[in-house]
Each structure stands twice: as structure tokens, then as C-alpha cells.
Design a protein around this ligand. Structure first.
Ligand code: ARG
Length: 596
């Protein structure tokens, strides 16, 4: 069953057509002036000129020609010719009942399901997960769930950063520590005791040395990278140990964040496809020699940008930059593995669409890769889409760091949030009677809800300031507030059940029931917007509107103290609200506890 805005639009289109007006201006949507009407249509203003009439006159003829009275009586006219609609109680009743009966809570699946890969998370081996991977994981998980909910076949892929220069760098560090890696017994003994903490300490130290201009380390790391990619068994053994240690820790972090992948593949998994891919690109005449490296040009004719050279002169260069496919050392680069991964995915999952949920700052990289893939005929350009996002910032407005200036580990961030959640629960006198285990479970859920909701309530492109105190509040637009509302409905329904009270047919009568029915109706539109724009914040917004609508309803329409058919209807309305709220939160990756 369609949402009310679609039905009103269809009816309004029929009126427009009958009056010889262009029906594409007949759109009806939820009103931003609820005092004037529940729905509004502004099209009379747009079409008036074309028919040489005043908008007011056009609006009057539309109102006079309105015939869908079972849906809404004729619209009223406001201002210069705005049409305002108030739907009938009968239309609201039917809609609310259909949502109550629908396992999808009122949002039907897509008509033509697609095969979709969501590439997200993207942690790197030898580097622990830090807050930088938080947004990629939270947004990607939600996008994956939204696509799956609408009926697409979806694979989430973590795409581990486990290939390339950083691996050579850590191997070089190990070489220094052991005074060489040739002594196998010594090496194996060391690899057995390797921990993620050690890797995390080694990596930045060596990355810093290269950054500070240590050419010796840089060249050795490049050689080690080339040796690894060239198939050296010794280098592969070290790589494997680092890979396994990192992966185990990262899987644990993902579990605690409620993020789950269908494919745990990494850059290294695409490596076997690279030699053949390079031969193919070569055969297609797409590669060019450039200072010993091989590049693939992706800029079209006339696509240039100004670039300042080191000597200060400004030159016009092609834009986007060419994709570096093979470095002068013969190594595969970040773009190479991404291109080969497209070949791999097209072979294995045959997706219609691949969504890359990665920091906005990598936009140029993806543009290069996508154009290269299209040029080589590996995937059509429109099958590849970068879902970029802004950064999570500290109070100073720059990307979040710890007080000591370092990057905060994901596990520590979750720990801090749990700590705060426990304190807030105690302040609010929640859970005093829970077992220690249940209390911990609720605190964890509140912590994750706070972190995720704060992230997803902004449009993904927007950066936001990390403020745990605000995220953890039980009031306002927060994750904990929404959990609290959901749990409150659960508790009403549980009491009804204990008293043997049953839900019945929904009848929308009371004025305070209308906004709740309208909020339920809006879920479909929110899901479609989130899906089409790959933007979970539409659902975060919906969850909050729904919870508030329920609050207003519950304050004015007693449920348990009412009687008979009214009580049965209100119980059904409460159950439908809970179902839709839980589904919405689940699409955001948020779990609701049984009680709190
Ligand atoms: N590992 C990368 C990073 O930390 C993110 C990977 C994103 N996905 C991709 N297909 N490149 O920046």
C-alpha cells in the first residue's frame, strides 16, 4: 500500500490533467506548516503562468475539481495559491492498519532488486582501528542494511588494507629489530609473540621516519613491498603473521560495534589478478610509461586544473590525475588493488552496483579508479559510487584526537562510551534491579546507540563535533532517548499482555492519534530517500519524529486505562509504532534492549 503523499499526488494529478494543467507540478507532500494542513501542494504557482491565470484562480479550480473525498476533502487555499490538505480519519485508519499488518512496517521493497556490494570499514593491517574507521563502519553498515531491507541482494565487504607500502614498512622495522630476517628460527619465535599493540607502535614510528625524509628506510620498505608482492615466501610469512594478528583484533572491534561483514576480503586478495589485469590494460593500449612507472590517463579532453609547481610557477595539468598502476619499483599501488578488486567482484558477485563508503577526502582516488574501470571495460561508470562522508572532529574543529594528540583507538572510544552510559543509567535510576550481566548489556547498547545515532543524525557529508556528554543524554535527539522511548512502549505492551488485554482493529479518532498515524505513514518516504541518496540520516530523522509523535499520543490518549475497542485500537497502534521504531533503529544498526 502506498503512502498518503503518493496517493494524494495521484489524485491531484488527475485533477490537474482534467483542468489541462501539467501534472508534473501536482506533487503533494507533508506540510511544513502543520497548523495550515497535514499535506501541501505548491504547484498552482508553477503552472499559473503557463495557462495565463493567477495562482489563486488555478488553486481555486483545483479545489473545485477535487474528487478524492475518501482520501481528503477538497483542499483549502492559503497565501498566493498554496493548497492545504487534511486527510480523512478513514484514510488514516486504513493506512495505520496496513502498516500494523505489514512485516516491512509500511515500506515496500523495490520492484527490481539489484545485486549490490557495500565496501566499508576498510581498516588497515598493522594499524589498529581508530576513530577514523568509525564513520566508515557506522555509515556503511547502515547503508548495507537499508539496501538489504528493500530487497536487494547485498554483500558487505571490509576491504582490509593489507597490501602495499605499509606492509613493507613494518617488515623493514622487524628487520631492524631482529638484525635481519634470514634466521628463520629467530624470526618464527618473534612472529609467535607479535601483538597488535607492538605493530601499532612500530608502524607510526617508521611512517614518521619516512615522512621526516629517511630515504634509507623508505627505499628498504619499497624493496620489501616489491619482494612481498613478487611472491617472496619469507616476506609472505611475515605478512601472514601481521595480517592474522590485526584481523583477529579488528573482528573483535567490529563485533562490539555491531558491524558485520559477508566478505572479509582485503587488498591482498585482489593481488593474484593484477598480473593479468596489467597485461590486459597493456594490450588495450591504456598504459603509458612515466618516469619508470606505468600510468593510466583518465582525464577527458579539456579536463584540466591549475597546479603550483615546487618552483612556484603555476601550470595547467590534466585532472583527474592519471592512475598510477605500476610503480617504478614494480609494485601495485592503492589504485591498482582497487581496480583489480573491481575485476574480482565482477567475476565473483556480478554486482549491478558497488558502493564505497569511504572518507570524502578519498574522492579523487575513487574518481580515478572508476574512470579507469570504465575505460578498461571492467564496470560501467554508473555501477560505481563513492559514498563520501565528513570527519568526526574534536572541540577544536579538526579531526578528533586524544588529549595527548594521538588517534583514539576504537576500543577505547567504546569503553569511554560504556563508562558514561553506566553513569547515566545510574543517575536516571535505571537498572538497579538488573543482574550485573543485564546491566552491562544495557549499558553497552546505550553506548553504541549514542555513538551511532550521533553520527547518523547528520547528513553524512557534514562533519560533526564529538561530544559524548551530549550524545549520551536521555533527552533530545539522541540514541539513548530513542531506546528509552522504544523500551517504554515495550513495557506498556508487556503490562497489557500480563492483564490479558488484546489489540484489535485500529481506528484513528482522537486528534492526538492523527500525528502518530501520520508519522507512521512517513516511514516509506524516509526509507526511499535514505536508499536513493545513500543517506541514513533520513531514517534517524524519522526515528526521532516517530518517537516524539508517540510521546504526544501517549500523553493525550491513555492506553491501559481506556476501554473496549478504543483500548484495543490503541494497543495495536502502540505495537505498530514499536515495530516500526525497532525496524528503523535496526536499519541504523542500533539494538533495542528488552527493558531499561
Ligand atoms: N584502508 C583504506 C583506508 O584506511 C580504506 C579502504 C576503502 N576502500 C577501498 N576500496 N579503497 O584509508
Amino acid at each position: 500500500m502506498k503512502d498518503l503523499a503518493s496517493k494524494l499526488t495521484a489524485a491531484n494529478q488527475a485533477v490537474f490533467e482534467a483542468l489541462g494543467l501539467d501534472p508534473k507540478h501536482a506533487d503533494v507532500r507533508r506540510s511544513d506548516r502543520p497548523d495550515l494542513g497535514e499535506f501541501q501542494a505548491n504547484g498552482a504557482l508553477a503552472v499559473a503562468k503557463a495557462v495565463g491565470k493567477k495562482p489563486q484562480e488555478v488553486a481555486q479550480s483545483v479545489a473545485a475539481g477535487w474528487s478524492a473525498d475518501e482520501l481528503a476533502p477538497a483542499p483549502t487555499i492559503a497565501g498566493p495559491g498554496f493548497l492545504n490538505f487534511k486527510v480523512t480519519a478513514q484514510a488514516l485508519t486504513q493506512r495505520a492498519q496496513s502498516i500494523a499488518d505489514d512485516p516491512n512496517a509500511g515500506a515496500p521493497p523495490v520492484e527490481a532488486p539489484r545485486r549490490v556490494i557495500v565496501d566499508y570499514g576498510g581498516p588497515n593491517v598493522a594499524k589498529g582501528m581508530h576513530v577514523g574507521h568509525l564513520r566508515a563502519s557506522i555509515i556503511g553498515e547502515s547503508v548495507k542494511r537499508i539496501y538489504r531491507f528493500r530487497g536487494d541482494e547485498v554483500w558487505g565487504d571490509a576491504h582490509f588494507g593489507d597490501w602495499g607500502f605499509q606492509m613493507g614498512l613494518v617488515i623493514t622495522a622487524l628487520e631492524d629489530e631482529l638484525g635481519g630476517i634470514e634466521d628463520r628460527a629467530k624470526l618464527n619465535a618473534r612472529l609467535k609473540t607479535l601483538t597488535l599493540d607492538q605493530l601499532e607502535a612500530i608502524y607510526p614510528t617508521y611512517a614518521q621516519r619516512v615522512k621526516a625524509g629517511d630515504i634509507g628506510v623508505r627505499d628498504r620498505a619499497r624493496k620489501a613491498t616489491a619482494a612481498l608482492q613478487g611472491g617472496s615466501e619469507l616476506h609472505r610469512t611475515i605478512w601472514k603473521a601481521m595480517h592474522d594478528v590485526s584481523m583477529a583484533a579488528q573482528k573483535r572491534d567490529f563485533v562490539s560495534l555491531g558491524v558485520d561483514f559477508d566478505l572479509w576480503l582485503g587488498e591482498s586478495d585482489a593481488d593474484p589478478l593484477i598480473p593479468e589485469m596489467v597485461r590486459d590494460l597493456e594490450a588495450k593500449g591504456l598504459l603509458e610509461e612515466d618516469q619508470g612507472a606505468r600510468i593510466l590517463r583518465v582525464a577527458g579532453p579539456g579536463e584540466t586544473k591549475k597546479k603550483r609547481r615546487e618552483d612556484g610557477t603555476v601550470v595547467e595539468v590534466e585532472s583527474p590525475d592519471p592512475l598510477l598502476v605500476v610503480s617504478s619499483e614494480g609494485s601495485a599501488m592503492y589504485g591498482t588493488t582497487d581496480l583489480a578488486t573491481i575485476v574480482q567482484r565482477m567475476r565473483d558477485q556480478k554486482p549491478d552496483l558497488i558502493l564505497y563508503c569511504v572518507d570524502q577526502r578519498q574522492a579523487d582516488h575513487f574518481e580515478q579508479v572508476y574512470r579507469a574501470a570504465a575505460k578498461a571495460g571492467y564496470a560501467p561508470r554508473e555501477a560505481l559510487e563513492h559514498i563520501g562522508f565528513g570527519t568526526m572532529n574534536g572541540p577544536d574543529g579538526t579531526p578528533f584526537k586524544t588529549r595527548a594528540g594521538g588517534v583514539l583507538k576504537l576500543q577505547d572510544l567504546i569503553g569511554q562510551a560504556e563508562e558514561k552510559a553506566r553513569a547515566r543509567l545510574k543517575e536516571n535510576e535505571i537498572g538497579a534491579d538488573f543482574s550485573a550481566e543485564e546491566f552491562e548489556d544495557v549499558a553497552h547498547k546505550v553506548a553504541i546507540a549514542a555513538i551511532k545515532f550521533a553520527d547518523l543524525s547528520n547528513f553524512r557529508g557534514t562533519s560533526y563535533v564529538f561530544d559524548l556528554d551530549r550524545f549520551m543524554s536521555f533527552e533530545g535527539k539522541t540514541g539513548p532517548y530513542l531506546l528509552y522511548q522504544a523500551v517504554r512502549i515495550k513495557s506498556v505492551l508487556r503490562k497489557a499482555d500480563e492483564q490479558g488485554l488484546k489489540a484489535g482493529p485500529i481506528v484513528i479518532e482522537h486528534d492526538a492519534e492523527r500525528p502518530l498515524a501520520l508519522a507512521l505513514d512517513a516511514f516509506d518516504g524516509a526509507v526511499r530517500a535514505a536508499y536513493d541518496k545513500k543517506a541514513p540520516h533520513f531514517l534517524a530523522e524519522h526515528a526521532h519524529n516517530l518517537a516524539q509523535a508517540f510521546s504526544g499520543f501517549y500523553a493525550n490518549c491513555p492506553i491501559l486505562p481506556s476501554e473496549g475497542a478504543v483500548r484495543a485500537s490503541r494497543l495495536a497502534l502502540a505495537a505498530a509504532t514499536l515495530k516500526q521504531l525497532v525496524v528503523t533503529l535496526d536499519l541504523l544498526g542500533i539494538d533495542v534492549p528488552e527493558r531499561m
